[in-house]
Design a protein around this ligand. Sequence first.
Ligand code: HEM
Length: 124
Amino acid sequence: MTTFFERVGGSATFEDLVSQFYARVAVDPILKPMYPDSDLKAAAKRLQMFLEQYWGGPSTYSEVRGHPRLRMRHAGFHIDSAARDAWISCMKQALDGLDLAPDAKEELWQYLEMAANSLVNQPD
Ligand code: HEM
């Protein structure tokens, strides 16, 4: 049985998605200041490893970082609806730039949007 990770083109696809996403984060006035390191390369690598693992690819994320615990790992960042919307907007543009089958794109999108909503930790 092939995994979703394989069906969409493996690592190359996730690398592309994440690098397009971080190119937008780097110039986003809400998101950029939230990142502790001015160099976003390490953060990009962590997101790529996480997404690859989530979609059935290598489990490198957990080997390197342990259990994902995304709510906990985001607790130190002020994520209100504006930050969530900025994240979603950068990710939507990144995803739109990929050449994927429409159903795969939709599946990925549903997950990313749901996950972003679940990480809001500040009331409006
Ligand atoms: C809702 C808006 C979001 C904001 C504002 C946000 C912001 C951040 C920030 C500032 C970091 C620290 C960067 C670093 O790794 O050094 C981070 C880490 C991370 N984020 Fe998000 N994030 C959001 C949503 C998401 C979503 C939806 C996912 C997954 C689908 C995600 C996955 C990750 C992962 C895997 C890390 C690295 C965790 C680690 O191993 O330390 N984030 N995020």
